[in-house]
Write a protein that binds this ligand. Structure first.
Ligand SMILES: [Zn+2]
Ligand SMILES: [Zn+2]
Length: 301
């Protein structure tokens, strides 16, 4: 599971940051989370193949989270896409897209499915053989939802007590790959089924943007491997964060600490901040494993 950050800005345009967008990659599929203006250019710039894109998740209908969507859909159409595309988003987004396509007289060559999400409750919205997506109700000025991504990977492990003396590294790898090990005369040496067990390795990523400081999300994001939490403001504007339903870097770090996550990425920065080192400094005392989300950076989960 790998996350690529494409945009870390908030609503006011900035020359140094793009509006919200991220790509989650997993087993040859990519998932787009939010699609601010210019996202398709960011995808091009960072060499991401949009042909692999099947699902898009839009958190809410403030423009900095979806104004890039019609551009991206139109470009996919120009590129003669044939595979269907599913967009998850709050009620109203389907109407907006339909009107944009209608008045530009655009006939899509592919099936565009829209799934309306209920932003008030936690819902499982997608489950494939390897990935599960659940909504995280967020508190913002308009209906808003975060997303929890969980992937399951079956890993074969060796039963430690059964490791015989003299087994080679290569033989261990063979067993872990699910193969029996044979002597050169063809007789069986080690039976994979007797020496290994399957363990399900689960990775979790939570995306929470935009939101006021809200402890209600803590239980749902407890122990995730990576949390992206918005941190629009610094402490000097904590009042403004409250009235605009946004968070500060310190508040994001407190949520990460209380939810005992492994790592925190902060983003969705106000355009008034150029150097973000102070924003990071305000978060670190509350949650040490915090990083500023950087556009173009990849984060392994
Ligand atoms: Zn925003
Ligand atoms: Zn917003």
């Amino acid at each position: 599971l790998k996350l690529t950050i494409l945009g870390t800005g908030s609503a006011t345009p900035s020359l140094i940051r793009h509006p919200s967008a991220q790509i989650l990659s997993h087993e040859n599929s990519i998932y787009l989370i939010d699609c601010g203006e210019g996202t398709q250019l960011q995808l091009l710039k960072h060499g991401i193949k949009i042909s692999k894109l099947k699902y898009i998740f839009i958190s809410h209908l403030h423009g900095d989270h979806y104004f890039g969507l019609i551009g991206l859909i139109s470009s996919l159409n120009l590129a003669r896409r044939r595979e269907s595309l599913t967009v998850f988003g709050p009620k109203g987004l389907d109407e907006i897209l339909t009107i944009q396509l209608k008045y530009s007289d655009t006939q899509l060559h592919f099936k565009l499915d829209f799934v309306s999400i209920d932003t008030n409750t936690t819902n499982s919205i997608l489950e494939t053989s390897t990935l599960k997506v659940t909504t995280i109700p967020l508190k913002h000025r308009i209906p808003c939802s975060g997303f929890l991504f969980e992937t399951k990977r079956a890993v074969r492990n060796i039963i430690k007590s059964k490791i015989p003396i003299g087994i080679s590294h290569l033989e261990i790898i063979q067993l872990k790959n699910g193969e029996d090990v044979y002597f050169s005369d063809g007789k069986i040496k080690y039976k994979m089924k007797q020496m290994t067990f399957i363990k399900h390795d689960i990775q979790k990523y939570a995306y929470c943007s935009d939101t006021i400081y809200d402890e209600k999300i803590i239980e749902q994001i407890r122990n995730v491997d990576l949390l992206y939490h918005e941190a629009t403001f610094k402490n000097d504007l904590v009042e403004r964060a409250h009235t605009t339903y946004h968070s500060t870097a310190e508040q994001a770090a407190i949520i990460a600490q209380k939810a005992e996550v492994t790592k925190l990425l902060i983003g969705h920065f106000s355009s008034r901040y150029h150097d973000l080192s102070e924003n990071l400094q305000e978060a670190l005392p509350f949650f040490n494993n915090t990083e500023i989300a950087l556009e173009g950076n990849e984060y392994e989960i």
